[in-house]
Design a protein around this ligand. Sequence first.
Ligand SMILES: NC(=O)c1ccc[n+]([C@@H]2O[C@H](COP(=O)([O-])OP(=O)(O)OC[C@H]3O[C@@H](n4cnc5c(N)ncnc54)[C@H](OP(=O)(O)O)[C@@H]3O)[C@@H](O)[C@H]2O)c1
Length: 233
Amino acid sequence: MKLVIFGANGGTGRHATDQALAAGHQVAAVTRHPEDFPIAHPDLDVVQADVYDKEQVYKAVDATDAVVSALGVPFSRDPITIYSVGIANIIEAMHRHGIRRIVAVSSSALDPRPHAEGGFMINRVMQPMITRTIGKTTYADMAAMERSLAGSNLDWTVLRPSGLFDTDDVSEYRLQEDHADGVFTSRADLAACLVAQAGDERWVGRRVAVTTSDGAPTIWQMIRREAFGSGNA
Ligand SMILES: NC(=O)c1ccc[n+]([C@@H]2O[C@H](COP(=O)([O-])OP(=O)(O)OC[C@H]3O[C@@H](n4cnc5c(N)ncnc54)[C@H](OP(=O)(O)O)[C@@H]3O)[C@@H](O)[C@H]2O)c1
C-alpha cells in the first residue's frame, strides 16, 4: 500500500512513518521542513508541503492508496485553523485525484462526557479547564475538521486520542466508538492505529477513541506536564 502522511515530522508522524515502512508500505512523508526529517528508506519520499498551500497539497497527494493526518500545532488563545483548512485542502486534493481513504487525528476532548478512568482531577478539573481556556480554539477547529470529513463523501475515520505520551513500542491499545474510557494514548499506539486503519474499512465513517494502558503516566505526572510543559491538544 502507498500512504501519504501529513504531520510526518511530528511525534506521532515519525512513529507512523517508521511503522508503515517496517510493514512494507511505500510512504510519502509530508513536512514543511524536509531537511529536518530524520528517517531515510528506499520506500520513502520526503515531500515538502505546507497544508495551507492547495497546490503543494495536491502534488503531495498523488497516486496514493490512503492519506493519514497527524497534523497539529500547540494550543493558542489565537484562532487555530490548521485542522479545518488543512483537511479542506487535503479533501479537495483527494477528490481531484480520486483517492477515497483518509484517517485523521482529532482529540477525545471533543466528547465532553467524563472518562471512566479519569477520576475527579481529569473529569471535573483538567478537562473542563483546558477545553474552556487554552484548548478552546484548538477543539473548535478540530470539530470543524471532523464536520468536513463527515460531509466529504470520502471513506474517512477520525481517531480521537487522549493525553499523548511517548513509548518506544506499540502496545495493545483500545478502540471505542466516539468516547474513551481511558485518559492516555501513546504516540506509538496512535501511529500504529493510523497505519492499521489506513488499510482497514471497519471504522469507516466513525470517530474512534484510541487509548493506551501500558506505561501510561500517572495523572499527577500529566498535570505537571500540562502546567510546566508545552503540550498541545
Ligand atoms: N498532546 C496531546 O496530549 C494530544 C491529545 C489529543 C490529541 N492530540 C493531537 O494529536 C496529533 C499528534 O500530536 P503530536 O504531538 O504527535 O504532533 P506534533 O509533534 O505536534 O506534530 C505535528 C506536525 O504537524 C506538522 N504541521 C504543523 N503545521 C503544518 C503546516 N502548516 N503544514 C504542514 N505540516 C504542518 C508539523 O510538521 P513540520 O513542522 O515538519 O511541517 C508537525 O511535525 C495532533 O493533532 C494533536 O493535536 C494531542
